[in-house]
Design a protein around this ligand. Structure first.
Ligand code: IDP
Length: 139
């Protein structure tokens, strides 16, 4: 069993796609073990995406991620990190296959509906950034 961190980004929440996205997660066999909605501050978004601080799109990304509420989740399943990345599809929603979540609900390379951890270490950091031990206990 492997846990990963997932976000339904502000574009998808504003468009009301959260129900469809959570349904797709459950249909895939991944389990939602923690979930909360929140509206990130600028500092919180910068901390979450700190690895991208030097990238040219960082400012725009932080603006996007703080423009409205998000849904943050911890997902669990065998090979969970890769399975969630596969379900999301590639970063650029404009080029994502129509049967992926980014293809269905995203718009472009920035506004791409969902986030998923890309490695075990990133998943550990991101889960700990959004959820405390009590929120993950007993599941
Ligand atoms: P990932 O989310 O597929 O792992 P990353 O390269 O880690 O992709 O980028 C993090 C997020 O930054 C993307 O999901 C997207 O929202 C945004 N992003 C990535 N590349 C670009 C770009 O070239 N222009 C604008 N935004 C980008």
């Amino acid at each position: 069993m492997q846990r990963t961190f997932a976000v339904i980004k502000p574009d998808a929440v504003a468009a009301g796609h959260q129900g469809n996205i959570i349904a797709a997660i459950q249909e895939s066999g991944l389990k939602v073990v923690a979930l909360k909605t929140l509206h990130l501050t600028e500092a919180q978004a910068k901390g979450f995406y700190h690895v991208h601080a030097e990238r040219p799109f960082f400012g725009d990304l932080v603006k996007f991620m703080t423009e409205g509420p998000i849904v943050a989740m911890v997902l669990e399943g065998e090979n969970g990190i890769k399975r969630w990345r596969d379900l999301m599809g590639p970063t650029n929603a404009a080029e994502a296959p129509a049967d992926t979540l980014r293809g269905r609900f995203g718009t472009n390379i920035e506004r791409n509906a969902t986030h998923g951890s890309d490695a075990v270490e990133t998943a550990a950091f991101e889960i700990g950034y959004f959820f405390n031990g009590l929120e993950l206990a007993g599941l």
